[in-house]
Write a protein that binds this ligand. Sequence first.
Ligand SMILES: Cc1cc2nc3c(=O)[nH]c(=O)nc-3n(C[C@H](O)[C@H](O)[C@H](O)COP(=O)(O)OP(=O)(O)OC[C@H]3O[C@@H](n4cnc5c(N)ncnc54)[C@H](O)[C@@H]3O)c2cc1C
Length: 806
Amino acid sequence: MKDHARVVVIGGGVTGCSILYHLAKAGWRDLMLLERSELTSGSTWHAAGGTGALTGSANMSTLHKYSFDLYPKLEEETGQSCGFHPVGRLSLARTEARVEEIKILKAKAQRVGLAPVFISNEEAMELAPILNPDGVRAVLFDPASGHVDPSGVTQAFAAGARLHGAEIVRQCPVLETNARADGSWEVVTEQGTVTAEHIVNAAGLWAREVAALADVYLPLMPVEHHYFVTENIPVLEALGREVPMIGDADAEFYMRQEGKGLLLGAYENTCTHWSERGTPADFGHELLPDDLDRIERNLAQAVESIPVLGTAGIKRVVNGPMIFSPDLNPLLGPYPGLKNYWCACGVMTAFSQAGAVGMLLTNWITEGDPGLDVFMWDVTRFGDWAGKAYTRARTADMYSTRFKTIYPYEARPAGRPVKTTPVYEVQKSRGAVFGANFGLEYPLWYATGNMQPADNFTFRRPNWFDAVGEECRALRAGVGLVDVSTYGKFRVAGPNAARWLDHVLANKLPQKVGHVVLSPMLNPRGRLVGDFTVSRLGDEEFFLVGSGAMERFHLRWWEQWLPADGVSVESLTARWTGFNIAGPAARTLLGRISDADVSDDGFPFLTARRMEVGPVREAVGLRISFTGELGYELFFPPEYQRPLLAALEAAGKDLGLRLVGSRALGSLRIEKSFPSWGAELSPDYSPYDAGLDRFVKLDKADFVGRDAALRLQQCEPAYRLTAFEIDASDADAWGGEPVLRDGEYVGYVSSASYGHCAGRSLALGYLKTGTVEDGGDLSIELVGERRALRALTEPAVDPKGERMRS
Ligand SMILES: Cc1cc2nc3c(=O)[nH]c(=O)nc-3n(C[C@H](O)[C@H](O)[C@H](O)COP(=O)(O)OP(=O)(O)OC[C@H]3O[C@@H](n4cnc5c(N)ncnc54)[C@H](O)[C@@H]3O)c2cc1C
């Protein structure tokens, strides 16, 4: 065995082999994959091999589609069969909610070039004569689905990797991974030691154990999963062709043809974890004992949908382990705090995802960037708070609700709360309904009167619609208080702080102490990787506020640009809490509990200061606005949060102070057409797409992404951020809906809300450049209904921005 490699991939399941193939195909040489046993020896060999591109998320669908489209090319390139059967899939809907769900899914598919179609029950029976359509209200046929042979795919990736010069070493368990001072790794195996510039953890079922070799904890937990294969079924033998896959989400099963029989798998509504404390090192090419009783209910329902199952003999039962992350998505990317350590773990639908995982990780390793926004798969989306109890609860919930209808704004309670602020109980006593951001609970809205403090789930206007409306109106009429403890907060200080920040941010820094600027942060492709409020608190001290969910992402991003000395970057995200007070009476309120000069002259718009506020000896106060109203954000250590809330509430009683949740904040900012991170702003967009041109200072000598930004500025963006109003009835847009012009796809909604003060249903989204100028009738599909939509030329509320500057 060689003793040096540029990249060592640990794990020869489908994920590891795909990564090796993609790296080799990209022209990287000196690549090695180390496999403990034989290829496919983890979850891969016993998978059912189902694959499909249709998901609710545009980027996820794009990535699944990449994997799906790759199989025929891979077969052609390597001569190794992937057992690819692109037979399509019938999704059955038995309830009204499910019909609405698949209508929404179908509409969203247009954005990624997928074309599922509704077919009648009769057409479905023609495609799949084994189907009993009784009780089926709608059928969606998705051609971009099918199944593959798991071993065939893995061997094809392996053959392709070898074809491009990569080496695969089998029967070679990795025993140690030791970081070396120069950022490379020493990989100790039973067959010798290899030094590697990069290592990739693709150890699937053993990802936790391999991570632990580098002192890394990953929030992963294995679960058991069943499917069985029947004996030949006469009707299939006679058919002479294959039936499409069938997904019956209401009955919680999936099915496909296997030979002349059927393969049926179920996600039962109890989850059975396996080897919670660690996957045994000696777990081999083996299965777990059958327990078909667990899926009895699913089976009974399946027999109603597919009656031949009731008489078919069972040929083979598979109960195998696979490993889940808390949200079922992969844990991908460079592990923060370690150099050249890459994760490709928790890939739980690998036959839809492993191809894309290989492509993304190859882009990331070879070019420093995955190429699109993959935060939904990024290992940094979980922090230390995602411990074992949380992971156990979330994975159980995810397994048992795998086929459940996902509603807009759904914040599932499993495993929560893990982190609360000191005012959590107070907020709860006032009727707060909570969501969680990067583990921390925060109020979504407050139930009033006799309302139950709980979301109802619907695709139509929800139970909280009026309560959120009251919060919005109270804030714009008087003053509202929003808990903003979830925001990402950083202190950047030191003699080189200004120089360093100037290099990583696209805007010019505030020159004077006490001034504030808004600044995008770009990657070398000129795409957005952050958007910060930057306050200068001293000559050598800055306070940055950004997305809280991205805290670990940003810390990891900065690791690569930090100079050796002269700058310290300290995250205050988990250590400081915050309140936003906003509305025309915000100044009066702040003035009542602070001796600081809070007049417009004393504390002007876009300034910051350290100030004493009520019980807080030294808070950081920013005069900024995300609501469009006169507003202040106050940040301070958590021990002051409860006394400060009490002081603000006492002082604000006669001003009509109202506790306001994040859903109202969302509505208020959409009324102002303010873009938000994760919706309008992400690595998928350049600042020019998002209308942030004025915050990018190309006359600065040098900053990360400047060259690309210069190029991007000179061309017309393909899509531009646009504000809309919608002729909605009882359903508002949510995000992801396609926008059509005269029936043709021209863009999509990125986020939306009813504008309670504007009295209109509003949205932000991206439209192909020139769409509005070229005229034509714009429309949107909301829960299957076409609704007229108009582009707005100015924000729906206070278009001149006078209120926030007042
Ligand atoms: C019953 C069942 C049905 C499924 N059906 C589907 C389906 O229809 N569609 C779908 O997309 N997915 C399905 N899956 C999930 C699928 O199996 C997984 O997504 C996939 O196998 C994950 O592949 P992987 O390469 O990431 O991990 P694994 O397959 O677990 O591979 C990890 C590899 O790493 C090796 N390894 C571990 N530790 C070391 C070490 N220290 N040194 C060297 N090598 C090491 C292991 O030996 C193993 O070969 C199913 C899973 C189950 C259990």
